[in-house]
Design a binder for this molecule. Structure first.
Ligand SMILES: Cc1cc2nc3c(=O)[nH]c(=O)nc-3n(C[C@H](O)[C@H](O)[C@H](O)COP(=O)(O)OP(=O)(O)OC[C@H]3O[C@@H](n4cnc5c(N)ncnc54)[C@H](O)[C@@H]3O)c2cc1C
Length: 383
């Protein structure tokens, strides 16, 4: 049994993007500001371990942590290159350390909110968490520790794998107003590979090599592709690497459980916030956490009203993963069709799951009808 002093109203298991976002959303409600909240993480969260990008029309609660933001994005394919206006959206970048520091500084204003560094060993449906150092209990546990990716026969599994380097050049080398969302001019290796370049000023940028495939690559492959791209496309041969990051994000339509029990709710990637077709998660985490906090503030259960009878975006994601895996169409052509035929803001709206059915149909009309229709029919019939 947990010590009485280790009993809380809410425990947030995992103080990463979802855990800390949830804490901020909870503390945004006066009704919840006196709740006893424990954040548990095995890590101290004092390192810059990732860069998050997302797009939105308004402002996020983390506006002060932004490193940069843009209103236009380049898209390149072997047949098309354009700098695309994304208004009313803005593409935003924040580094995780600024985000962690912002959240920890908010925590200081609330003596009833505590952070403990401990490794979670198990989590039971009654809201009891066994850590390496102690046992904790709460009325509600919000868990973002991804113990395992669900394995379900018939579902599609890919990973988004990437390596990014922040570089600094002595001479001005970038236009800070012109980031590149996707550059498919790089060799595709019968796969889906692209470069991503986010300049923060004339001398510094994040340059990232990304693949969507069944497995990640050896580390040297990312380094080699980045070096080649810098030389061949950006004409940069001399630079200092100031920071590096590597990531593997699951891209799967296998269902992540929203909860383990009424008392244990999953959040973040563990709670299905990662969009299967893109790997983008940050915006979906904000939506998920805002809804949970709103429900609790109104005295409801955390997941009240979240059940969807039909999730059209989950269906589109499954079709997209199927098309990528079947490889009947070069993946760069899929993105080429979208970005060369449609307004970029509509594509971003669709990927943020904000479009109406009519807007979805407009997107579908721009795609290779034969390939996507065949995949959609197979998906709908469960083949
Ligand atoms: C390098 C990288 C870059 C990314 N960039 C983007 C992006 O640009 N845009 C976007 O939308 N998404 C991005 N993602 C995807 C996604 O947003 C992130 O993975 C995000 O951090 C997910 O949030 P989370 O809270 O679910 O997981 P995390 O942020 O990973 O938080 C989980 C926490 O649980 C802790 N933990 C794990 N196991 C235990 C344990 N046993 N005991 C105690 N604590 C534990 C970890 O230390 C961690 O702090 C990126 C992912 C990576 C890896």
């Amino acid at each position: 049994m947990p010590d009485k002093s280790l009993t809380y109203d809410y425990i947030i298991a995992g103080a990463g993007a979802a855990g800390l976002s949830l804490m901020c959303h909870l503390l945004g409600h006066p009704e919840l500001q006196s709740k006893r909240i424990l954040l548990l993480d095995r890590d101290a969260k004092q390192k810059n371990d990732r860069t998050w990008c997302f797009w939105q029309t308004g402002e996020s609660p983390f506006e002060s942590c932004l490193k940069s933001q843009w209103s236009q994005l380049y898209f390149h394919s072997p047949k098309f290159s354009a700098l695309l206006d994304i208004s009313p959206y803005r593409y935003k970048m924040l580094d995780s350390l600024s985000f962690y520091q912002h959240c920890f500084s908010l925590m200081k204003d609330f003596p009833n909110v505590e952070f403990r560094q401990d490794e979670i060993v198990s989590l039971d449906p009654e809201g009891v968490i066994t850590g390496k150092q102690a046992v904790y209990q709460a009325q509600y546990v919000f868990n973002s520790v991804l113990f395992q990716i669900p394995k379900v026969t018939g579902k599609h599994y890919l990973v988004q794998h990437f390596k990014g380097i922040f570089i600094k050049t002595a001479q001005p080398a970038f236009n800070p107003a012109e980031p590149t969302l996707m550059d498919f001019r790089v060799a595709q290796h019968q796969d889906c590979r692209f470069m991503y370049v986010l300049p923060v000023n004339a001398h510094e940028a994040l340059v990232e090599y990304t693949g969507f495939s069944e497995a990640a690559l050896p580390q040297e492959a990312y380094d080699c592709e980045i070096k080649q791209y810098l030389r061949d496309y950006l004409r940069i041969t001399e630079y200092e690497i100031t920071h590096e990051e590597f990531g593997i994000i699951p891209m799967t339509d296998a269902p992540f459980s929203k909860s383990i029990s009424e008392r244990v709710v999953n959040i973040g990637t563990a709670g299905g916030a990662t969009k299967a077709s893109t790997g983008y998660t940050f915006s979906f985490i904000q939506r998920q956490c805002a809804a949970i906090a709103q429900n609790l503030a109104q005295g409801k259960k955390p997941l009240a009203g979240s059940a969807k009878t039909i999730d059209k975006f989950a269906f589109y994601d499954s079709v997209f993963l199927r098309v990528l895996l079947e490889k009947k169409l070069a993946s760069w052509e899929i993105f080429h069709s979208m970005f060369s035929k449609l307004p970029a803001s509509l594509i971003l709206k669709f990927l943020n799951e904000e479009t109406s059915l009519w807007e979805d149909l407009r997107i579908m009309h721009a795609m290779d009808q034969q390939v996507f229709l065949a995949a959609a029919v197979k998906q709908a019939s469960g083949k």
